[in-house]
Design a protein around this ligand. Sequence first.
Ligand SMILES: *Cc1c(COP(=O)(O)O)cnc(C)c1O
Length: 411
Amino acid sequence: MALVNIHFLNLQNNYLFADIAKKVNAFKVMHPKADVISLGIGDVTQPLCPAVVEAMHKAVDEMATADGFRGYGPEQGYDFLREAILNNDFAPRGVRLSLNEVFVNDGAKSDTGNFQELLHWDNFIGVTDPIYPVYIDSNVMIGRCGTYRDGRWTNVRYMPTTAENGFVPEPPKGRPVDVIYLCFPNNPTGTVITRQEMRKWVNYALKNDALILFDAAYQAYIQDPDIPHSIYEIRGARKCAVEFRSFSKTAGFTGVRCGYTIVPKDVSVATFEGERISLNQLWLRRQCTKFNGTSYISQRAAEAIYSPEGKKQVQQTIDYYMQNAARMLRVLRSLGFEVYGGENAPYIWMRTPEGTTSWKFFEQLLYGANVVCTPGVGFGPSGEGYVRFTAFGSHERTEEALQRISHWKKQ
Ligand SMILES: *Cc1c(COP(=O)(O)O)cnc(C)c1O
């Protein structure tokens, strides 16, 4: 008899964005003429930049020749891309890593979800709250989170990031956590932490022999030169942190699929007997077994964002989105809303007025202004009373959405 992995049955039934889609569809059925603008799901809208398109065409042409054809590539990714990553994303920030500490992948979701496989099932995990749902759900699937009660998992430490603590989560007191998920710039709050605050987390991890899984998917949106882009800018982090990066938000690769993970050779975890096991070796072993690499075409595309033209073009698109963010902050603030984020990230995190719940406000906005936001509570219990807006729309649609919100608010 084939038995199910019962942990999957513990997952909360619906994925947040499926719930939203259902409610939006219900609205559209009732109001077929309404023109709904989505500032909800975190997907980019602007086309790939010319340097990337050119590199992809070139790669396809190579594949069409006997000499240029490539079959399975190295599981860790091609050297040309790993070198470009080290020379552009890390060396200029004073971070020295070696080629075999870089693992190219098909996007950060896979690796942020899969990396927990390397860890014993009863590690105690901690997440800042609210948070990208993948971190918790992937741990639920392996039975690490306990049971779901009143909007939270019994065996997860939630570290609130709210207006009350200035969106600066504190390392936990009491029972130490073994594995900490951090994401900065943060999805969903759009907030960042300073070097000093990041240092607190690294010191906590070193002191408690904990592992930090650091998601830097939005680092390209950082505007403030004092905010660290990589956790390895903090001394000691290469002993306790794994970092996930993605070209999805950096260069519009949500449909192309390419990202990478840094697993430094100095990061290790313990056996019960106290032996230290290198996560780099273990992850390599895991990848070689379960992953056959990212397409050559995607990797050439990713390499192209590091060329001088590629850099310029990618920056233009990021600036384009950040203009939306600035506009949204200004308008929403002028309407009297309490808004956060949006300065170093493409997300605006807004407190709902007068204690309205996230879902209630989502519906009010949908029915009142035909604009879709994301209910904050979908990202964790501390997200209740907030909603998220994304800056990934076009200027025109974002402007239109803001006008409608203004009109609705002033009624
Ligand atoms: C979008 C996003 C990613 C990137 O996912 P990909 O699989 O690379 O497209 C990773 N982490 C967070 C927090 C995100 O919002």
